[in-house]
Design a protein around this ligand. Structure first.
Ligand code: ATP
Ligand code: MG
Length: 392
């Protein structure tokens, strides 16, 4: 029965005169999401509202499921559009609508009419009363409750007349691309895909960088990261993924530095390289999946040590999340099953039995000078052999 959806968006306060940028980005992201659906659609901006109109047959559930991946949508309202063929016909159509949508009629309702076309012969109050009465007469089990109705029946009188009452929650947030771009350090773990999801929820477009260490890490491990990027891109839009060969850098650190500091020094080189690529690709910050205290490299002291090498802001959207909370989000966005596949990660291969948990920055800096002879050339080679994969 539906051919259209009214799309509601949140955070009106921030829009002001930039509203059109926000709306245009939202329309673009909606079109991107609908590409995954069978059928043809038109996304139209009319009088400050966004409508998705189906031009062909479509699968209702599939469309709703895909619209739920579009950040910036606060609610999805399936809407029936009627020609204006007089008030009696409108009442009959509304009764027919209520009958189809609500098989159980024991609910309370309120009519909320809006008359955008002022030449309509009844004012909003009259429409509210008269349609309310028509519905009550048709379905005596229903009751009106103007304060806390189960069903809010919206009637909007425009060129056409819009009727809707079903409100499906959207994901909230802001449309991708309204808040610049960030570089996600994406590993094959549970946390970083969730971090990417969370930051893109705030309208940030993401690029990603993955450090792999062949032959210590396999092609399957790399494919897993590509797969994770693909799952995140359902929400974030296309992701440009940089795959950096980290093997020689890792081996060099292993050779020259104390093994209990390996992870920290390695993480510092990851951040340096990520920042370099980020700056080149116009990113305004780095994003990681770190959360305080989760592992040795994520204590306050360790985070301070990895943070120190960056001048760009490092965003850690999971910083206050417990593991279980992160797992819940990863299940919701469908990355969990892929994340737990048991492929080796470049961080775990050279990991010490007892890594430092309270690294001393002066000591770390001093040990990094052991690398001064060869590290710059290795970093340069890693950057030169950057493999770029566009994932969507
Ligand atoms: P995750 O589940 O995201 O892998 P983790 O709990 O395994 O996180 P660490 O291995 O300490 O934690 O990594 C912390 C963060 O560093 C990750 O969330 C990710 O942002 C980044 N990171 C770690 N390893 C890599 C890698 N091989 N490539 C890119 N980024 C990485
Ligand atoms: Mg990891």
């Amino acid at each position: 029965m539906y051919k259209s959806f009214l799309i509601k968006y949140a955070e009106i306060g921030i829009k002001g005169k930039n509203r059109y940028i926000f709306e245009d980005r939202l329309c673009e992201q909606i079109r991107y999401a609908l590409k995954l659906c069978d059928g043809e659609f038109e996304v139209a901006k009319t009088q400050g509202r966004i409508f998705v109109n189906a031009l062909t047959d479509f699968d209702f559930d599939e469309v709703v499921e895909n619209l739920k991946t579009v950040f910036g949508i606060s609610a999805i309202c399936p809407v029936v559009k009627l020609e204006d063929e007089g008030f009696d016909k409108l009442c009959a159509d509304v009764i027919d609508y209520m009958d189809k949508v609500y098989s159980d009629k024991s609910f309370t309702f309120k009519v909320d009419a809006r008359r955008a076309r002022k030449n309509y012969p009844k004012c909003s109050m009259e429409i509210n009363c008269d349609i309310g009465e028509a519905v009550l007469n048709a379905f005596p089990q229903t009751r009106v409750d103007v304060h806390n109705p189960d069903v809010m029946l919206h009637i909007e009188i425009r060129e056409m007349i819009y009727v809707y009452s079903v409100v499906i929650d959207g994901p909230g947030g802001l449309p991708i691309g309204t808040n610049g771009k960030g570089m996600l350090l994406l590993s094959g773990g549970i946390d970083s895909p969730v971090a990417g999801y969370m930051i893109s929820k705030r309208g940030v477009k993401i690029d990603a960088v993955y450090f792999h260490a062949p032959p210590y890490t396999s092609d399957r491990a790399k494919q897993k990261v590509v797969d994770l990027a693909k799952l995140v891109s359902r929400y974030s839009g296309p992701i440009t993924l940089h795959v950096i060969n980290f093997t020689d850098i890792q081996l060099y650190i292993y050779e020259k530095c104390p093994h209990d500091e390996l992870t920290i020094i390695m993480r510092r080189y990851m951040m340096r390289i990520a920042e370099h690529i980020a700056a080149q690709s116009g990113c305004l910050g780095l994003i990681t999946g770190e959360s305080i205290g989760q592992v040795a490299s994520q204590t306050m002291q360790s985070l301070a040590a990895t943070n120190e090498v960056c001048t760009m802001p490092v965003y850690r959207p999971l910083i206050g999340f417990d593991k279980q909370e992160i797992v819940e989000v990863s299940e919701k966005i469908n990355t969990y099953e892929t994340s737990i596949l048991p492929y080796e990660d470049c961080c775990t291969i050279f990991v010490a039995k007892h890594p430092v948990t309270k690294p001393n920055l002066n000591v770390i800096r001093k040990h990094e000078t052991n690398l001064s002879e060869g590290i710059d050339a290795l970093v340069q080679t890693a950057l030169d052999t950057d493999e770029v994969i566009v994932v969507e």
